[in-house]
Design a protein around this ligand. Sequence first.
Ligand SMILES: CC(=O)N[C@H]1[C@@H](OP(=O)(O)OP(=O)(O)OC[C@H]2O[C@@H](n3ccc(=O)[nH]c3=O)[C@H](O)[C@@H]2O)O[C@H](CO)[C@@H](O)[C@@H]1O
Ligand SMILES: C=C(OP(=O)(O)O)C(=O)O
Length: 418
Amino acid sequence: MDKLLIRGGHALNGEIAMSGAKNAALPILCASLLTAEALEFSNVPQLNDISTMLRLLGDMGVAITRDGDDGMVCLDGSTLNNPVASYEMVKTMRASILVLGPLLARCGEAKVSLPGGCAIGARPVDQHIKGLQAMGAEVKVEQGYVHARASRLKGARICTDMVTVTGTENLMMAACLADGETVIENAAREPEVVDLANCLVAMGARISGAGTDIVRIQGVDKLHGARHAIMPDRIETGTYLCAAAVTGGKVRLTRTSAAYLDSVVDKLLDAGCEIVIERDAIQLSAPARLKSVSLRTAPYPAFPTDMQAQFMAMNCVADGVATIRETIFENRFMHVNELMRLGANIQIEGNNAVVRGVGQLQGATVMATDLRASASLIIAGLVAQGETQIDRIYHLDRGYERIEQKLSALGASVERLR
Ligand SMILES: CC(=O)N[C@H]1[C@@H](OP(=O)(O)OP(=O)(O)OC[C@H]2O[C@@H](n3ccc(=O)[nH]c3=O)[C@H](O)[C@@H]2O)O[C@H](CO)[C@@H](O)[C@@H]1O
Ligand SMILES: C=C(OP(=O)(O)O)C(=O)O
């Protein structure tokens, strides 16, 4: 199993380009299930989750052409013949549930394994199922699989119990081919939902309100082929900003946008960083010592849960005491014990973590437990004295494209041990 060895103490300086967003690319690839015409996507990141999704779509009969080097992926759903997502596929990637809505809408049936819990929480999919039932689907959950049938879905008014990102995406895709209008209330406003909606509209869907909490979809008989460029990864961007901030560095991140990062940029300014926003780049200059910043995670446009662990790592070496409140996932503090192995001072009280900044972290061997926890350990390792070895980095390869090359290009000492 691959490990990462980091020799801390190098300030990150220079310029690197950001990749396409994992969490936009995953639902957008699933949109290929909605049409028999070809789709061409650019800026698709090379990540394990993307390979898993392409394998899953391939299993279902979608024809795939991928040019790894330039992020192009072409999908042709005219040969779709197997509306089934097996446990073997789904267990490695929760986002596989995103095939449920489009499969059902196009094929009239779908059999998709329940994703099950994961390190950060139970993550049920009851809202996805409730929404499809409201659209007239007959849904049974048996032997770990969701079996859904509907000769044609019917438009419906759906109000989800909580804001759910993939739930909104699944229902939005299903509604594109439903009979009549679907209204999703309490919809997720995440930029990735908007990117998916833009792609669906390019395919002929009739969607309004994406990016607000009420999305309206007027069903059409069929969708057609289209081209779409995946949006930049705001979480990858935020992660490199934190890495530069913690090491006292100065970086320019290109092929990205600050437009989706207001809450993160605000916290970095509060921490004492200087930030220059360009049209498709962001520059950050770190202060000699960061100030602690408290935060509370919540659905977009509030502070993203996917950046919580990275800010926790920054706060470990900042001046002062920060309170970090996680409100989205019930178990997203798995990185805390590992950060403490590096000398951090953190106390957990329910869904609050109180972080008291220390003068210096010390390198140690730590274990990555989930994707963003892994990122937080890298950030901590970059500023720790001596060597930090991070085990189980397969989590990292799900969501960060060429991370050791990108960090090395900024002057970090990072080595993959195989
Ligand atoms: C592939 C992808 O885009 N992943 C993102 C997506 O995950 P994902 O879409 O899985 O997360 P959700 O927005 O659905 O989850 C939000 C909360 O709602 C709960 N819930 C959700 C659906 C449901 O049917 N029932 C239910 O109880 C979840 O357990 C969680 O507590 O949004 C999360 C929250 O921004 C991010 O951390 C993930 O990176
Ligand atoms: C939790 C994440 O991803 P997923 O929903 O795919 O597990 C993430 O991107 O931080």
